[in-house]
Design a protein around this ligand. Sequence first.
Ligand code: BMA
Length: 388
Amino acid sequence: MNLIKNICIGLCTVSLASCGGGTETSEQQKEDKVLIFTKDITIVDTNATYQTKSLLYNLRQVSKKGVMFGHDDALVYGIGWKYDDIPGNCDIKNICGDFPAVFNWDMGHLEVDSTMNLDSVDFDLYREQIVRAYNMGGVNTISWHLRNPVTEGNSWDVTDSTVVASIIEGGSHHELYKTWLKKLAIYFKSLKTEDGTLVPIIFRPYHEHNGSWFWWGEDFCSPEEYVSLWKMTVTYLRDTMDVHNVLYTYSPDKIWAKEDYTKKYPGKEWVDILGIDIYDQPEYNINYFEILPRALGWLREIATQEDKVYALTETGRKNAVDTTWWADRMFPIVKESGVAYLVIWRNHPSEYWAPYPGHFAVDNFVKFYNDSASLFLNDIPNMYTVEE
Ligand code: BMA
């Protein structure tokens, strides 16, 4: 259905243009072009903005060239600094000379009207930095460690195992939950450049749902309930709130069998990017170097079948303790996998995932940076337009 609509609109308007009517605006021409480029791609929101559709198209193109490097909260704090003290600072830039290509931000606590997210970053500063990242040519991804709408605890509060059932249609907290989604929608629509262009974001709600550490996790909802929550979220943002600058990512945690990945998959029409979170956690007896290539192989097969771009949406070795991890252990596996990007979590004194100036793993990180397959900000094309 979506596909047919796309092809039709694309070809109809282009044929009019080629008649030389001369009345078409350049905006319309851009729109025509992106429709042609994306005509074979299923997108969750067929009314997504030109820049958002272009981003989806370009993620596919870039994944053929290399893997974009992403870092959480890269522009707002790092080891030994905060934006308020050193605006413009960035640990990654300081160790390799370039910014990440992908920036992750977490919306946790926006839903309860907090001025700061769960990691104490001001939401106005976040907005400014999301727009800045876009203006620099970077890609913005958004995670959401939201609070528990039933118990009022946090994302990790799993004391009530019926939260998902309570917030989907027919549930006791459904109306309340819609007010949370509304706040998210208003924030997403406020992400605009000076000329009013909406900044595209890649939204990754209800992640790691095959683990049981978040209230939306494996033990706390059935596949039907999870899928219903997913569809309700998309429908509310896209159709009720008219949010059109979003691509949607589905991202379970590590998997032990291929079918684990799709157990709660909402379907091809409801997901734009297939993600997976896999951490190197020897402290939990996790053999990352065995699990990672196997899981990414399955992800590639599923993504090929679904015709989706895919990504390693979270990975890392806590406190960067392995000196050869970046260039010699993790990246040789990831660069062969076909993922469009990988994201490393935040650099905070309580936990850091990337080296910083003076850290013993800097040399190995720079070796990773120098690998032609790792893509930092200066390595990526304009992600927000389509080119021949
Ligand atoms: C988690 C941890 C938390 C943090 C949250 C959101 O994985 O890093 O400390 O609050 O992400 O960034």
